[in-house]
Design a protein around this ligand. Sequence first.
Ligand code: FAD
Length: 385
Amino acid sequence: MSALFPDYRPSWETEDHRLLREHARSFFGKEMTPNQEKWAAQKHVDRETWLRTGEAGLICLDVPEEYGGQGGDAGMEYLVTEELVYSGDTAFGMGVGSTITPHYVANYATEEQKREWLPKICSGEWISAIAMTEPGAGSDLQGVRTTAKRDGDDYIINGSKTFISNGGSADFVVVVAKTDLDAGHKGMALFAVEASTPGFERGRVLEKMGRHGADTAELFFNDMRVPAANILGGEEGQGFYQLMNQLPRERLAIAVDALAMAEAAVVETIEYTKERQAFGKPILDFQNTKFELAHCKTQVMATRTYVDYCIEQELAGKLDAVTASMVKMQATDMLDDVVDRCLQLFGGYGYMMEYPIAQKFAGARVMRIYGGTNEIMKEVIGRAL
Ligand SMILES: Cc1cc2nc3c(=O)[nH]c(=O)nc-3n(C[C@H](O)[C@H](O)[C@H](O)COP(=O)(O)OP(=O)(O)OC[C@H]3O[C@@H](n4cnc5c(N)ncnc54)[C@H](O)[C@@H]3O)c2cc1C
């Protein structure tokens, strides 16, 4: 648990969760904290880090053991996400490579495929990614123009993707494509693609405003021949429904990430304002500073209880699209508000990238955009009113 609420225990947290939290905290403190600058400079995380994280049993926490996972529950995945954020990391693509992509395989691949692919993903040998967004289609997923044409026992895939997390280093990508461009969402399918497939090409690793160590890249598919058996779910027309089923999990993971980052921002701002002096006293002694931090701490706690409610729902298999959209929107809006107020209390130092608060400010901004923009979250929530 964060230093901000040392006595708070989520209702879903068991002794196993607590032990895992300690293990993750110690591992990430050694592996992630010291490497941030190096990874930002090279724009990707070292492959050895993936392998060591796999060895430490911190990838695919809720994938069954028979497929190489840790056989735990979703709460484990979320608390490891939190610990990663507390370590100061803004680079490691675990959200996509552990919380999200492997579950498309676990839920929709055949038994044989699960046994072949998942152990490599869970061990960190394979970095995985999910490629939905295209230059011409982001929010409007139905506008995807990547095509998959049946040719004997294969599909031939052509198209391009952008903003793909882990894209520059991924070994395995779940690709959203259209088997029928005229069939709307019913023409959509997901394909499991190994990056070694001829026709799989990578573009630039993109220059972002924050999270410089996270490799976010373009992908191109040129007459890429994929076995027909790699269509997830075994038949055409399932892709849209598979995405809709998995997106609540992704959106809750983003909310957890946002919450942990806000919490860490408040902790480091309290520490800083205790030390920094102006007009002969610590900055924290000014009423404005106390009011700002009182506001932030309250926002974080309110979000924490809501996130924990959603994790309970997820553990019970009951997290629905609307609830997940609400928590994603609320937590990421809250983060932007909190991190902006905290940065202000650092004065000019808050604007310097060497300060973690500046990295958080830049890293936070994308959370209102990816995983479905917060405007799309309002659409999802609004439609169900
Ligand atoms: C760092 C980063 C990592 C990412 N990782 C991945 C990844 O791993 N895989 C992947 O597939 N994608 C990824 N994305 C893409 C991300 O999910 C999209 O950027 C996002 O869904 C928005 O799509 P877009 O950029 O095309 O914006 P657009 O869809 O063009 O939206 C532009 C603006 O219009 C608004 N808008 C659009 N439609 C509506 C509407 N109906 N009502 C109201 N407002 C609307 C949006 O909210 C937004 O404000 C990533 C993006 C970033 C920046």
